[in-house]
Design a protein around this ligand. Structure first.
Ligand code: SAH
Length: 384
């Protein structure tokens, strides 16, 4: 089989980036029967074992060849933070070849009663340039591979469960939900994100139900249409404004794909997926998009539609021109939506003491390091 270049690192294939079909083709290419792929997946995802020597039901000769041709490699942890509210955050580094500086991404775990959500990154940096987002300030660096995306979940599982491999029994799992709400625009890294969601939802993979894997997009309409055909995960859309005039300012991709076109893509997605509803994220920016007039406009867009609005209190970061809407304004906005036929909830702010919001940790460390060491970001992060 031929594997795409970006799946091959140092000539070894990182198995965490291979879907069941890819893995079957890979083992067949090694002269093995396809069921070996299923055995491998059980070791990787059910027993959390990445060391080929421990995979005792595989022939020794196969294991030796695997060691030469394949690897199980996860991003490296550079910094761990624990919030007093139980939120955990990791700064991770991904390698970008011999002559490139390693790059930093973030991952956040948010425990709640009855569920645990892992927020993962899909790109290093982001090119969407949303005006209220700290990742945007860093610009776009690179796409993550499917292996680096799945590797985040594999790593978090180990970090959270310690030596004890996570049980296949869902009740004991600490990670029950995955959201692509870390750094990056997942639909701008379409193919790698699709492979990763397939591995996350595969019953031989992480076996997370399709309603619990959420891709969040700023509104890349053509990719949303493709997504509707190719996968069946949940979709969240970063709306943030009820009019094109305002959304053009906050989410620049809106200049290309207007709200009406975006919403059409949303309803198409639901129809194709036979799913219940789409979550619309709406960041609450003081005096910008948080007035009752905005709520009224939002109601006229969404009333009677299979939509839920998730209000996100803005997380401030250095040098931002925005402020978080006061709690009373957020409640008033939420109540207006709810009493006028649009289901709305407010996202609780978590991990405030550890800069848990997307892009903030990298941003903060980066600010510090650019002064001290130019682009040598990660080596300095290790000292922090
Ligand atoms: N690119 C994807 C995923 C990115 S982040 C997207 O746009 O959906 C996940 C969510 O956090 C998005 O809704 C994003 O708009 C929001 N967000 C970004 N910066 C924020 C900030 N400073 N405060 C609150 N929410 C923010």
């Amino acid at each position: 089989m031929t594997l795409p270049d970006d799946m091959v690192s140092n000539e070894r294939v990182n198995l965490l980036g291979l879907t069941r079909g890819d893995l079957e083709a890979f083992v067949e290419g090694m002269g093995e029967k396809p069921f070996r792929a299923r055995q491998l997946m059980k070791w990787l995802y059910k027993r959390a074992v990445g060391d080929f020597d421990q995979m005792t039901d595989l022939a020794k000769s196969f294991r030796e060849r695997l060691k030469l041709m394949a690897e199980v490699r996860v991003p490296e942890v550079t910094l761990r933070q624990h919030s007093t509210d139980g939120t955990r955050k990791w700064l991770l580094r991904v390698d970008r070849g011999v002559n490139s500086t390693p790059q930093a991404i973030e991952m956040v775990y948010i425990p709640e009663p009855g569920r645990g959500t892992l927020c993962i990154s899909s790109q290093v940096g982001c090119a969407m340039d949303c005006s209220f987002c700290s990742t945007a300030q860093q610009g776009f660096n690179s796409n993550l591979t499917a292996a680096e995306i799945v590797g985040q979940v594999w790593l978090a599982n180990q970090e959270l469960h310690g030596d004890k491999p996570p049980s296949a029994d869902t009740a004991e799992r600490l990670i029950t939900n995955i959201v692509f709400m870390g750094m990056g625009e997942p639909l701008a890294n379409y193919r790698q994100v699709i492979s990763a969601t397939e591995i996350l939802m595969d019953d031989l993979g992480f076996d997370i139900s399709r309603r619990r894997v959420t891709v969040s997009t700023s509104g890349l309409v053509p990719q949303m249409m493709k997504l509707a055909e190719e996968t069946n995960c949940a979709l969240a859309v970063s709306l943030h404004a009820p009019t094109d005039e305002l959304r053009d300012q906050l989410v620049p991709i809106n200049r290309k794909h207007k709200i009406a076109e975006l919403l059409d893509a949303c309803w198409y997605y639901l129809e194709r997926q036979n799913a219940r509803s789409i979550t619309f994220e709406y960041v609450m920016l003081d005096g910008v998009n948080d007035q009752i007039e905005h709520a009224r406009q939002l109601v006229s867009l969404l009333r009677g539609k299979p939509a839920k609005v998730n209000l996100i209190p803005f997380n401030p970061f250095p040098d931002t021109r925005y402020q978080r809407s006061p709690a009373a304004v957020i409640s008033r906005f939420r109540d207006y939506l709810n009493t006028n036929g649009v289901i709305a909830t407010t996202r609780r702010t978590r991990g405030d003491d550890i800069d848990a919001a997307c892009g903030q940790l990298v941003g903060r460390v980066h600010n510090r390091t650019t002064v001290r060491l130019g682009s040598k970001l990660v080596s300095v992060v290790a000292e922090v």
